[in-house]
Design a protein around this ligand. Structure first.
Ligand SMILES: [Mg+2]
Length: 403
């Protein structure tokens, strides 16, 4: 299983995505993806990772994660971590293909046959252009599966539509405009009313028949976040997500003590060391680790197990690419404390299938894996041939001292 080339593909239709393909001597490929600042990740992978990785015989994910550990850029999910996370996911995929086993089995599972999913109400173009979490990066406002527009304007109808599809949960972020207006420092009564109306309308439409996740994107200061959480308490959200930045650990702990809603956090937290201070306080209710942003499956499963030690379920983050989502499903099938998997129907039905085939089928709000080796994915033929896709390859012959 000697690695002979590292290839990256950056599609024009999603500028934040960098697909990583590891090629082996015997013609196998392992797939991974990195999301946000794809050009910087691409440069890092070819300049730094390929010279270390290409030419390696039987590279194990654990050994490579040690090999690639950077001296700087390892906190907070920097370019290095996202690149390493994509490589790690590709190595698990390769290992599965090499052994003929699904990654969920390599991880010691499965412990379940299916996992519930919830829908994050983004549109197809959400986070398309830049890596910033602002309304300027929310994408188009009209079209099929524009669930962001729908939750802002017709939240009750959207909730009914999702429930009719069999989904058991939905996530919305009606407070973000108010956070932008004040830099997260305060929310006016009028802004609070407007945002709460979205949540109220969902509850009026479907009652408690749908789990409701309210996303705050870590945009708020503590006092404003506390006020929002208090206002949400009567509407019984399943969780409030990232009320403040997850690295504002003391503020998060104080907030969790003050409010009467469950708190989920962690998609931008990094690794065991990033999660331990939050889990150690015994206050967060759900761990929303991002399998790629936290450094790959090798680290994510340790985070999930650490969360289990503190009796906290994991609910992995999506929005970071279809290959990462597949890795999430393999993790949740193998992880005893997995609760639910985030998905975005607008991505699953538009650009995710333009990258790969073979993602798990979701029926009645439940995802089920098949027995395909590795992650079970195949790159679409169109991705390489699309003239808008930027392809770059570092081969064994070009890596100094390794040919
Ligand atoms: Mg989130």
């Amino acid at each position: 299983m000697r690695i002979v080339a590292l290839e990256t593909l950056r599609p024009a239709f999603q500028k934040n995505l960098c697909v990583v393909v590891l090629h082996t001597e015997d013609g196998q490929v392992g797939l991974g993806d990195a999301f946000m600042q794809s050009a910087a990740v691409e440069a890092y992978l070819h300049d730094h990772v390929a010279p270390l990785l290409v030419g390696q015989e039987h590279p194990s994910p654990e050994a490579v994660s040690q090999l690639l550990a950077p001296y700087v850029g390892f906190q907070g999910g920097g370019v290095e971590v996202r690149g390493n996370g994509a490589v790690d996911i590709a190595l698990w995929d390769l290992l599965g293909r090499h052994t003929g086993l699904p990654v969920a089995r390599l991880l010691g599972g499965p412990v379940r046959a299916e996992i519930p999913v919830y829908n994050t109400c983004a549109g197809p173009d959400y986070i398309q252009d830049t890596s910033r979490q602002t309304s300027a990066n929310w994408g188009a406002v009209e079209g099929r599966y524009e669930d962001l527009t729908a939750f802002l304007n017709t939240p009750g109808a959207l909730a009914k539509e999702l429930r009719a599809e069999g989904l058991r949960g939905m996530k919305v972020w009606p407070f973000d405009h108010a956070a932008e207006a004040s830099g997260g420092t305060r929310i006016t009564p009028a802004e609070m009313d407007r945002a709460l109306a979205v949540v109220r309308e969902i509850r009026d439409a479907v009652g408690m028949d749908l789990d409701l996740m309210v996303e705050l994107h870590g945009l708020w200061s503590r006092q404003a976040a506390v006020e929002i959480c208090h206002a949400l308490e009567p509407l019984q959200p399943f969780w409030v997500e990232d009320p403040v930045r997850p690295d504002a650990v003391d503020a998060l702990g104080a907030l969790c003590d003050e409010v009467g809603v469950p708190i989920a956090t962690g998609e931008t937290a990094l690794g065991r060391r990033g999660f331990l201070p939050m889990l150690g306080q015994g206050r967060i209710s759900y761990c929303t680790v991002d399998v790629q942003w936290t450094g790959g499956l090798t680290e994510a499963r340790k985070v999930a197990t650490l969360a289990d030690t503190f009796a906290v379920p994991v609910a992995p983050h999506d929005c970071t690419g279809p290959i990462t989502l597949a890795a999430c499903f393999h993790l949740t099938m193998a992880q005893p404390n997995a609760l639910v998997q985030e998905t975005v129907r607008a991505f699953l039905r538009t650009w995710y299938p333009r990258v790969v085939e073979g993602l798990p089928e979701i029926r009645n709000g439940l995802a089920r894996l098949n027995d395909s080796p590795g992650l079970g994915l195949t790159l679409t033929a169109d991705l390489r041939t699309d003239p808008g896709t930027r392809c770059r390859v570092t081969e064994l012959t070009t890596v100094k001292g390794r040919s």
